[in-house]
Ligand binder design. Structure first.
Ligand code: ADP
Length: 277
């Protein structure tokens, strides 16, 4: 039987409309301090969510912020590969230590804990969600100005748990022009609204190809609907990223920290504004 509401959410597990989402947040590891957290999500896999997460973290780190990445895409972790990390994470009685990238970004991913990075993670939703919570509670993140979370694709059970359990300051939705953008954005926006998490806006990846010889812009997927859809939800298109073999070479070859390109600069500035606000 449901107990009578005494308005003390901390002692109650009901998920009612009155509930303050913050009351369900997990406690951060005692030895850590994380100022701002941004979740990068997408409707499906393969649209470049991890590449965008990595590049945003690289830009924040270049701006001088203490930066971290939590790879919450447990069944398809690709952050360690993007940063060329091959070492495994260590742990002590105090918690798990993240691995530092070449330029000092703190990274935690299930691949840093598995003996073999090709081992599959065959876990059901609640275990996956539990692992992500542990990334928050058990990892010694130290002092972090900004953390980017590479979310699992979709808006299912695991992302829902992440949004309920961690204090997210903003969601960035990565789409590609050929996606069913309206449906994905609608789901993400509804989820965010329910959990009282602000959506920063959309990043359209693989928007166009720029001919390396003549500079002509070719929209290989035709006219995109991202702008129109964003507007209908009162959101902003934060960036448009071209298809560029240099991006895949860097993110699949472990050299993402050396990427160049100005396509994410405006978004990085916006994030800077939120961090220093
Ligand atoms: P997701 O995290 O959404 O599953 P990834 O970031 O792993 O997607 O990207 C999928 C593949 O596409 C990777 O091989 C990545 O290097 C490549 N990729 C992502 N964005 C671009 C881009 N703008 N240009 C070229 N390749 C890209």
């Amino acid at each position: 039987m449901t107990k009578e509401c005494d308005h003390d959410c901390s002692s109650c597990s009901e998920s009612c409309s009155e509930r303050d989402p913050k009351s369900m947040h997990e406690k951060l590891n005692n030895l850590s301090k994380v100022k701002k957290v941004f979740a990068v999500m997408s409707g499906k896999g393969g649209v470049g969510k991890s590449a965008v997460t990595s590049m945003l973290a690289v830009l924040a780190n270049r701006m001088g912020f203490k930066t971290a990445i939590m790879d919450a895409d447990i069944t398809g972790p690709s952050i360690p590969r993007a940063f060329g990390i091959k070492t495994k994470a260590d742990a002590s009685d105090l918690g798990i230590f993240p691995i530092k990238s070449g330029f000092g970004i703190n990274i935690m991913s299930i691949n840093l804990l598995l003996e073999n990075e090709t081992d599959p993670v065959i876990w059901r939703g609640p275990i996956l969600a539990g692992a992500i919570k542990q990334f928050w509670t058990d990892v010694i993140w130290d002092e972090v100005d900004v953390m980017f979370i590479d979310m699992p694709p979709g808006t299912g059970d695991v992302p829902l748990t992440v949004f309920q359990s961690l204090p997210i300051d903003g969601i960035i939705v990565v789409t590609s022009p050929q996606e069913l953008v309206a449906m994905i954005v609608s789901k993400a926006v509804k989820m965010a609204k329910e959990l009282k998490v602000p959506v920063l806006g959309l990043v359209e990846n693989m928007s166009y190809v720029k001919c390396p010889k003549c500079g002509e812009i070719i929209k290989i997927f035709g006219e995109s609907k991202t702008e129109e859809v964003a507007q209908s939800f009162g959101l902003e298109v934060l960036a448009k990223i071209p298809v560029d073999p240099k991006i895949s070479a860097a993110s699949d070859g472990g050299t993402i920290e050396f990427f160049d390109g100005s396509f994410l600069d405006d978004l990085a500035k916006k994030i800077e504004g939120i961090i220093i606000a």
